[in-house]
Design a protein around this ligand. Structure first.
Ligand code: AHM
Ligand code: MG
Length: 333
């Protein structure tokens, strides 16, 4: 069998099963090309002037890296002329980016974190791009922030790229999770995993332990029990990993299971959590659920949350089913 390229996979998905429309196929192709361009920019590292700070802050008050800005610009430029989008929104921009008048407008909304894990760029650790596709409600005349405020259950596609030892693109259209690997010689993505499944059981957890003293009691209880190992209530040892790039941590969980937590803590209670709902938590939650895992805030399913703000933050607990169920049960207790 010749390798199935992303282009072929998308055409067949459109033709055979009508899983996707021609516009959605085009959208994903454009996003994948943008991810390729971002991967190339990241790969230049110290050879080009791409590392370090951009000298500006984003809407969340976080210092922007040069590659945050470069990646955002690549995604905006790639996606504005094709006629497939009504608007875009990004972690790096306070307000939605409207499609310029000179271009036709389409039915979809694209929301993205152009460079997730950007604190890892300068130290040569995996980073990525996360995106979510929504439908623009019918009859909307003026596109503004409000049209984006749809629960994650409304996503028609979610995906993320990982720029690591290999460049990967993980995708779902709501019928399972596929993984494509960038063939650097030929310059296209090739299907390398057809149906990613997260094992229900796991012995691995991911959390930033330096925040332990700020966590709420249910998360403290859960992690304490994991740390107690064989002689504790769980009766087995657990291993810990924390890349500090959600894309890399979630990809590991898709591959061999695990639980990822960025829970609410007292430092960030007012802002509702660390990770952003629309372009981090929702797309990752859709992918994780499609792979047989669960994604909650501890109190509710992430995909059911009705967003009130574009840059809203939420606690995130996702991964192997049985562990996420346990943490959620501790929140109920
Ligand atoms: P970013 O989008 O600004 O890079 O922030 C999100 C990242 C996630 O990828 C990661 O899970 C988390 O922030 C790491 O946070 P911390 O530095 O507290 O460990
Ligand atoms: Mg991010």
């Amino acid at each position: 069998m010749p390798p199935v390229t992303l282009a072929r996979f998308l055409i067949e998905a459109e033709r055979n099963n009508h899983v996707i429309s021609a516009d959605l196929r085009f959208l994903v192709e454009v996003v994948s090309r943008a991810c390729k361009a971002i991967s190339i920019a990241i790969g230049k590292g110290g050879l080009a002037d791409v590392l370090g700070s951009a000298g500006s802050d984003n809407v969340q008050g976080e210092a922007q890296k040069k590659l945050d800005v470069i990646s955002n610009d690549i995604l905006l430029e790639a996606n504005e002329w094709g006629g497939h989008l009504a608007a875009m929104a990004s972690e790096e921009m306070e307000a939605p980016h409207l499609i310029p008048h000179r271009y036709p407008k389409g039915e979809f909304l694209l929301v993205f974190d152009p460079l997730d894990g950007s604190s890892n760029i300068d130290v040569n650790i995996s980073v990525g791009t996360i995106f979510s596709v929504l439908r623009c409600p019918e009859g909307v005349e003026a596109v503004d922030e409000k049209v984006f405020l749809q629960p994650g259950t409304q996503q028609v596609c979610a995906g993320f790229a990982v720029y690591g030892p290999t460049t990967l693109l993980v995708l779902t259209f709501g019928d399972g999770v596929k993984c494509f690997t960038l063939d650097r010689e030929f310059g296209h993505f090739v299907l390398t995993q057809d149906n990613m499944r997260i094992p229900e059981e796991t012995k691995e957890f991911a959390i930033n332990m330096s925040n332990a003293r700020f966590w709420e009691p249910p998360v403290q209880r859960y992690v304490d029990e994991l740390l107690a190992g064989k002689t504790g209530p769980r009766g087995q040892d657990f291993n810990m990993r924390w890349v500090a790039s959600m894309v890399a941590d979630v990809f590991r969980i898709l591959t061999r299971g695990g639980i990822f937590m960025y829970p609410l803590d007292s430092k960030m209670k007012d802002q509702g959590g660390k990770l952003r709902l629309m372009y981090e938590a929702n797309p990752m939650a859709m992918i994780v659920e499609q792979a047989g895992g669960l994604a909650t805030t501890g109190r509710e399913r992430i995909l059911d949350i009705q967003p009130t703000k574009l840059h809203q933050r939420v606690p995130v607990i996702l991964g192997s089913k049985h562990e996420v169920e346990r943490v959620t049960a501790y929140h109920r207790d």
